[in-house]
Write a protein that binds this ligand. Sequence first.
Ligand code: MYR
Length: 172
Amino acid sequence: ISTLSPCAPPAPLPASGLDRDQFPRQYLGTWHFIAAAAATPAALETFAGTDSSVFHMGQGPQPQRLQLRATLRLKSGDCVPRSWIYLLNEGSTDLATEGRPGMRTELFSSKCPDTIIVQETDRDYQRILLYSRTPHLADDCIEDFQSQAYCLDMEEFLLIPRSQGTTQMGRP
Ligand code: MYR
């Protein structure tokens, strides 16, 4: 062994002392999809045709439900709307997806401000995704995400291109 490099996986958002006044409120609103990482290419395949994508997290009709809407911009230039309902668990920052019983979404803090790391685990894949409040993110923030992914043995990396310009919510 030559050098032991310090390995730091993403830090989970602290669930202890979770304040329902603050959470999930501070994460509502617009997020831009920046990058994804996984151990296998198959886990990232769903994003392979994706150009810049914008997500909007909103409060559902009941406080324990969140509504996520997305406009995915494809490399072809087409925009595809998507939506999900997340169910909040009492005392936790983990999210369940309505209609996807095997799927778990966990939230992690990232070192850069105004970014969040989301880990998705389903029966057959696990991946981490980086979102930012701003469409462009400094390279060192992206590199930092990538090294956290390496730490989790996720060596497949996908930087979401934005060759079609930024898509806008509600304006496909
Ligand atoms: C998918 O494409 O597989 C779904 C992606 C999930 C995107 C999550 C976007 C931002 C997350 C912000 C966290 C808010 C939690 C209250």
